[in-house]
Design a protein around this ligand. Structure first.
Ligand code: SF4
Length: 377
């Protein structure tokens, strides 16, 4: 009987109480792990602030994108207190292009809370960390293990996939995965930082969603899903729903050489970001008509809608959108926030000072570079 068969016959390894086997598993992982293989800068830092910023950035953004932004963000906000003292606009601008802006708002809110409640030092206790805005079980575990050397698990998407396969878990609940990861860490006390990172890296480079490299995996001998032929089914994937689609009319409204921008309410999708005002088309309505109606409803100005500038498709996590950008000329009314939280008339060249959603970037660049002057200039 080979070793793989024996593991499979014993049932779920995660439920067994065989310390020797857990240690063997941990040692295989540690032997495989090369801390320098993946260039993730905060993983070499013991500064909790740097670890925290890096892990939050990496939550919903690919590492390659994060790497280009991480140093820039830390140059702009080198310390936790500098982040706490910043304005929301400054943080959103530094976050521009990364998406999921709630992360940036939460970072700033949490920094303020850490200054007020903990004298500017992130707490070491994972339970206290979890009480801060935007810090969930994964981020708390990553900070606690990487920055404070605690034996805490950190289960991200990669680790979830590795553990689900390793123990052939059909329903990988957070509780079950955390229990398995904790058991592994307890097998080799003091090595949680390396074990957490090893599992993350294994999931990123070998135990990938499609075509995992089982033939070169250091855990293959322990892997129940491999033994049972269920690798492709672990973890189960949620059936992909067709995303709802929205069509939106947007006005690039000019008045005396300035263009009108509106700020979204502080919470919710893209909260606190700036945009050209507009809104969803009503049934049977054209984009141009929607621009005219929305400008009045949203910011209280009457406009003459001109030519279509461009159509931009963009996908968010829960819906997709097509934005119809129209030129528009200011006619009357005093711009004031209604659905928006703030409105401003700005010079085209100043648009770069404001954080806009990615879907508006090409239009912002065009307006900045052409500096179009119309509508009464
Ligand atoms: S043997 Fe394959 S499925 Fe199992 S942990 Fe390794 S890469 Fe993943």
């Amino acid at each position: 009987m080979n070793r793989r068969t024996s593991v499979a016959e014993h049932g779920n390894l995660a439920d067994r109480r065989d310390l020797a086997e857990w240690r063997d598993l941990a040692d295989q992982l540690l032997g495989w792990f090369r801390p320098d293989d993946r260039q993730v800068p905060w993983r070499h830092s013991s500064d909790p602030y740097r670890v925290w910023v890096g892990e939050v950035m990496a939550q919903q953004t690919q590492i390659a994108t994060v790497l280009g932004r991480y140093d820039r963000f830390l140059t702009r906000f080198p310390t936790l207190s500098s982040l706490a003292d910043s304005s929301l606009d400054e943080v959103l601008k530094a976050w521009e292009g990364m998406g999921y802006y709630g992360r940036a708002r939460n970072l700033r809110s949490a920094a303020k809370e850490v200054m007020a409640a903990y004298g500017g030092r992130l707490p070491e206790d994972p339970k206290r960390l979890r009480q801060l805005p935007g810090i969930g079980p994964y981020t708390a575990g990553a900070i606690a293990s990487l920055a404070f050397g605690q034996d805490e698990p950190a289960v991200d998407g990669n680790v979830r996939r590795v553990l689900s396969r390793l123990f052939d878990i059909a329903r990988p609940t957070a509780r079950r995965l955390e229990a398995a990861a904790r058991r592994l860490i307890e097998a080799r006390p003091g090595r949680a930082a390396a074990l957490n990172q090893a599992m993350m890296d294994l999931g990123a480079v070998l135990c990938t969603p499609r075509a995992p490299g089982c033939e070169s995996c250091p855990l293959a001998v322990h892997c129940l899903a491999l033994a049972r032929g269920s690798v492709a089914d672990r973890p189960p994937t949620a059936s992909r729903r067709r995303l709802p689609h929205q069509t939106v009319g947007v006005g690039v409204v000019w008045r005396e050489g300035r263009v009108l921008i509106a700020r979204r309410p502080p919470s919710g999708l893209l909260g606190g970001l700036w945009e050209f005002p507009g809104g969803k088309l009503e049934s049977g309505e054209s984009a141009a008509a929607a621009v005219k109606r929305e400008l009045m409803e949203e910011v209280g100005v009457e406009v003459r809608v001109g030519a279509l500038i461009d159509r931009v498709d963009h996908a968010y996590s829960h819906f997709s959108v097509t934005l119809h950008f129209h030129e528009a000329e200011y006619l009357s009314g005093r711009a004031r926030p209604r659905a928006a939280s703030e409105v401003r008339w700005v010079e085209p060249g100043a648009l770069g000072d404001y954080a806009f959603p990615a879907a508006s970037h090409t239009i912002v660049d065009r307006v900045r570079s052409t500096g179009r002057v119309a509508g009464g200039a």
